[in-house]
Design a protein around this ligand. Structure first.
Ligand code: EPU
Length: 420
């Protein structure tokens, strides 16, 4: 296993270019199963998760070619069976269910199970398929979804924590080939859902309202091949913004979408970070001093849960008390005990973490537990005095393209080493 060895205390300076969005690319890749014609997707980040999704498409019968960020998929003849070994490794693979159900009228997919950040049920995905007329059977750890035909209908897709991103994506994809009109109420408004709708419309689907809580899908008979460029990764952008602020540097972030990051920019401003927008570039620098700030994660356009851990690393450096409340995933605080190893003072109280910020951080060996927790530990390590070894960075490689190389270009002293 590999680790990052970081010698901290160096302010980041220079330019970094953001990759295509992982969470937009994954459902778009799944959507290529909806047609037997070739699809070309540009700006696909080279990550273990996107490579894995390509393997899933291949295992279902599709041909894929990945070349320098461009993925070509042709799903001429496919089957609808995805086994445990495939789905277990990446929870995002559940978004093949909608396209398979739409195209083949049947899908047999292993239940994904929970992960370190929470239980992650798929009841809302299944509810949506049922409203469209699918019969769902759960047996032996598998979901069997079958339908003689899918019929458009109106549904409410909100759950305990609000909308569901992949649930909305899955039902939207299933409804593209249904008879009649589907209306999803309480749909997820995330930019990744909008990007998927753009791709589906380019394939010949008829979707309106994506980006709002009401999405309308008028079913069409057939979808065709299409080309698409994936939106920039807003979570990677936020991660580099926070890294620049935490190290007291100044970084120009290229290929950034400020309009996808209003809540993050607003909170960073409140915490004393200056962000200037020049077209697609964001210039991030820390003000005179960092300030404490309270953060609550919410569905879009609220503060994203995928930036909660990184923000915690920054607020650990800000003098005063910050309260960070996690409203999306119940156990997404695994980074707290690891940040404590670097000297951060953080207590967990129910869904909130109370950060007593301003204590200097000092390097230590730490263990990454999930993708965003890993990013938080890297940021803390970059800001800490001395050496930090972040172990198990395979989590990080799932969602950040060449993070170590990008950070080195900004002056960070970070090396990828074999874990001892
Ligand atoms: N939920 C249900 N029932 C469902 C589905 C979700 O109760 O059927 C609950 C979840 O337990 C959670 C909330 O709804 O409390 C929101 O979950 P959501 O379904 O929106 O999450 P997701 O679609 O499975 C995607 C991203 C996650 C990101 C979340 C929230 C992908 C591949 N994953 O997951 O990304 O945290 O939306 O924004 O798009 C990451 O990139 O690190 C990551 C975990």
């Amino acid at each position: 296993m590999e680790s990052f060895l970081i010698k901290g205390g160096v302010p980041l300076h220079g330019e970094v270019t953001i990759s295509g969005s992982k969470n937009a690319a994954l459902p778009i890749m799944a959507a290529t199963l909806l047609t037997d014609e070739p699809c070309v997707i540009r700006g696909v980040p080279d990550l273990s998760d996107t490579r894995f999704m390509a393997q899933i498409l291949q295992s279902l019968g599709a041909e894929t070619k990945f070349d320098n960020g461009t993925l070509t998929v042709r799903a001429i003849k496919i089957h609808g069976y995805a086994n445990y070994e495939l789905v277990r490794k990446m929870r995002g693979s559940i978004c093949i269910a909608g396209p398979l159900l739409a195209r083949l009228r049947k899908a047999r997919i292993s239940l994904p199970g929970g992960c370190i950040i929470g239980a992650r049920p798929i009841n809302l995905h299944l509810k949506g398929f049922e409203v469209l007329g699918a019969k769902i059977k759960i047996e032996g750890g598998y979901v069997d979804a079958t339908a003689k035909k899918l019929v458009g209908s109106t549904m409410f897709l909100g759950g305990r924590a609000g909308s569901t991103v992949l649930g909305t994506a899955n039902v939207m994809m299933a409804a593209t080939l249904a008879d009649g009109v589907t209306v999803i109420e309480s749909a997820a408004c995330e930019p990744e859902v909008v990007d998927l709708a753009h791709f589906l419309n380019a394939m010949g689907a008829d979707i309106s309202g994506a980006g709002s809580p009401t999405i309308t899908i008028s079913g069409v008979e057939k979808l065709h091949g299409a080309e698409h460029e994936v939106i920039p990764d807003r979570i990677e952008t936020a991660t580099f913004m926070i890294a620049a602020a935490a190290t007291n540097g100044e970084v120009t972030i290229k290929n950034a979408r400020a309009d996808h990051l209003r809540a993050v920019i607003d909170k960073l401003n409140e915490a004393g970070v200056s962000i200037q927008q020049h077209g697609g570039n964001l210039i991030v620098r820390r003000g005179k001093k960092l300030c404490a700030a309270d953060v609550t994660t919410l569905p879009y356009s609220g503060f994203p849960t995928d930036v909660q851990a990184q923000m915690m690393s920054l607020l650990a450096l800000a003098p005063g008390i910050s309260i960070i409340t996690e409203r999306i995933f119940e156990s997404r605080f695994m980074h707290v005990s690891e940040l404590a190893r670097l000297g951060a003072e953080i207590e967990i109280e129910g869904p909130s973490a109370i950060v007593k910020g301003g204590r200097p951080l000092s390097g230590a060996p730490v263990m990454a537990s999930d993708l965003r927790a890993s990013a938080a530990l890297v940021i803390a390590g970059l800001a800490a005095k001395g050496a930090t070894q972040v172990n198990r960075i395979y989590h990080l490689d799932r969602g950040y393209e060449k993070m170590d190389a990008k950070l080195r270009k900004l002056g960070a002293r970070i090396q990828r080493v074999e874990e001892k």
